[in-house]
Design a binder for this molecule. Structure first.
Ligand SMILES: Cc1cc2nc3c(=O)[nH]c(=O)nc-3n(C[C@H](O)[C@H](O)[C@H](O)COP(=O)(O)OP(=O)(O)OC[C@H]3O[C@@H](n4cnc5c(N)ncnc54)[C@H](O)[C@@H]3O)c2cc1C
Length: 499
């Protein structure tokens, strides 16, 4: 039985492991952290559960291909409850309140009532959302293995989107929202994703939620990846945590071995790198980096990434008056020197198991860019105390703004965790602290990587970085695709129930 070693035990690495075992490979996953899951994880703090990731999972609609793949890897199942919020997001801006309801007609009516001056633009926006709600991502085969019939099947699902994609791919979010006069409608379109994203990304995101394809499996992020690990182990796979790959042994055009921080070495027939690709090329050597990554790592302005400064708060009530997700404008405050005047607040009260009875965990998500990451990194590496103090100061400023919005929370919110962009780098090796892949801006064309490393015949890449803009579904399919590519090269059968 040929042996495959996988470096990195996030969603991509676990998916690759499951498909490698199903396809008959002897398979071992090596993960640097003490648990698998990568960015899709969670941890406990003083009686509360900190959920690091899933706000929506693309693929909760049974009509989609990606749904079948999530089921095959054990993430979705008949006995996994799916939480479908009626309200995805509420925006409070300039004294007005606007809601993104799961019922698109209700959302459209509310927008038009609040901003009759934008009636025409709203009608067009809603039409786009309706069209995009039929979208299904290619999840069964990598592009180069798709037959003519596969491509036609995909086209039949997506042809209605093409005119919008052509018209809006090159339009930036700020340009698009400037067509609306109402500040609260502008905020609802432009506040959830960083301004560098293109219009199609926000339309796709809202359409995913509105079509019922972006809900949340009960238990959150850590439970989700634990189910994948369980599936992998049940199939006979082995997991080695606390194993950070540090060095590789290359002979000619083949990778022979990987050596870990503890000095142990593993040899295999094939290797799948499912860690951050910046880490992969630090290990393999930049001479193996192709143009796809070379141009992206060389030009962060054209290929930006983003991260977050996250604050978790324990509330001593159920926070019933706060929606599941709220964005509100506030008095400006700074985080590592950059001013912010809006806060994204997530309410986890739909997951009672995350907090003691009658209590709730709230999460604040503040977008950070690469320059912010550099400042956090500088603080951490030069003055650990100043790093901690900046996290505490920014968290206190955020709590103050929440209390200004809802004064009855004064004295009832306690900071239990702060996560900086540098934390994502420290724990997962994330490039610039990014937890998604390269942003799809109005300047970048959608380009997928072929998952191979030129010059190394037995190395395959998986992970969200080869499938911009990343996220859980892209990480998942990248793991599946890596094994499909490996089977093709080895001349073995790829085994899956999802054809
Ligand atoms: C706050 C937050 C919210 C998010 N919300 C959503 C959401 O709602 N929906 C969504 O779809 N996505 C969301 N995401 C993104 C999602 O978590 C990621 O896209 C996905 O988990 C990436 O998976 P991956 O396997 O490609 O990479 P990773 O999760 O980064 O996994 C890579 C693994 O490799 C390991 N590793 C790194 N270096 C080494 C080494 N040298 N040796 C061994 N192992 C190594 C890392 O420790 C890690 O476990 C969110 C992420 C965050 C942080």
């Amino acid at each position: 039985m040929a042996k495959v070693v996988i470096i990195g035990g996030g969603v991509a690495g676990l998916a690759a492991g499951i498909y490698a075992r199903k396809s008959g490979y002897d398979c071992e996953i090596y993960e640097k952290h003490f648990i698998t899951g990568g960015q899709c994880t969670g941890w406990n703090r003083g009686g509360y559960h900190i959920d690091n990731c899933v706000h929506w999972l693309t693929g909760t609609s049974p009509d989609t291909d990606i749904h079948r793949v999530w089921r095959e890897v054990g993430v979705l199942a008949d006995d996994i409850d799916i939480i479908r919020h009626k309200l995805f997001l509420q925006v409070r801006q300039d004294g007005k309140v606007l809601n993104v309801w799961s019922d698109l007609d209700r959302f459209a009516d509310e927008m038009t009532a609040i901003a009759p001056e934008d009636r025409r633009q709203i009608r067009h926006f809603v039409k786009m959302l309706k069209t995009f709600s039929h979208m299904d991502m290619p999840a069964l085969k990598p592009a180069e293995q798709m037959t003519f019939a596969d491509k036609m099947r995909f086209l039949r699902k997506c042809w209605r989107l093409i005119p919008y994609a052509v018209r809006y791919n090159g339009v930036s979010l700020p340009d698009y929202v400037s067509r609306f006069r109402s500040s609260v409608v502008r905020a609802i379109i432009s506040s959830y994703l960083p301004a560098t994203f293109n219009v199609i990304s926000i339309v796709y995101m809202y359409a995913t939620f509105l079509s019922g394809n972006g809900a949340i499996p009960r238990g959150g992020s850590m439970a989700l990846t634990k189910r994948m690990e369980t599936r992998f182990r049940q199939l006979g796979g082995k997991v080695f945590t606390r194993h950070e790959a540090k060095q590789v042994g290359i002979e000619g055009n083949r990778l022979r071995s990987v050596t870990f921080a503890d000095g142990t070495t593993v040899e295999a027939d094939n290797f799948i790198f499912a860690c951050d690709t910046r880490v992969t090329f630090d290990l393999l050597g930049d001479k193996y980096m192709d143009n796809f990554f070379r141009k992206r790592y060389a030009d962060i302005d054209t290929y930006p990434v983003f991260s977050n400064f996250n604050v978790y708060l324990a509330a001593d009530s159920r926070c019933e008056d706060l929606p599941d997700m709220l964005i509100f404008s506030c008095r400006p405050f700074s985080i590592v020197g950059r001013s912010h005047d809006r806060i994204v607040l997530k309410n986890f009260n739909y997951e009672p198991s995350f907090a003691p009875e009658g209590h709730t965990v709230l999460q604040v998500l503040m977008v950070q860019d690469a320059a912010d990451f550099d400042r956090w990194q500088h603080l951490y590496t030069t003055d650990r105390e100043a790093y901690r103090a900046e996290k505490a100061r920014a968290a206190a400023a955020i709590v103050e703004r929440i209390v200004e919005l809802e004064p009855h929370y004064a004295g009832h919110l306690k900071v239990i965790e702060t996560v900086s962009p540098y934390s994502f780098h420290r724990y997962c090796g994330a490039y610039k602290g990014a937890y998604m892949s390269f942003i799809s801006t109005h300047k970048t064309e959608r380009e997928l990587h072929n998952g191979r490393v030129a010059g190394l015949d037995n190395v395959y890449l998986s992970g969200q970085w080869i499938q911009p803009p990343g996220g859980l579904p892209n990480a998942l399919v990248s793991g599946r695709f890596a094994v499909q590519r490996m089977c093709k090269v080895d001349g073995t059968e790829f085994v899956s129930d999802c054809k």
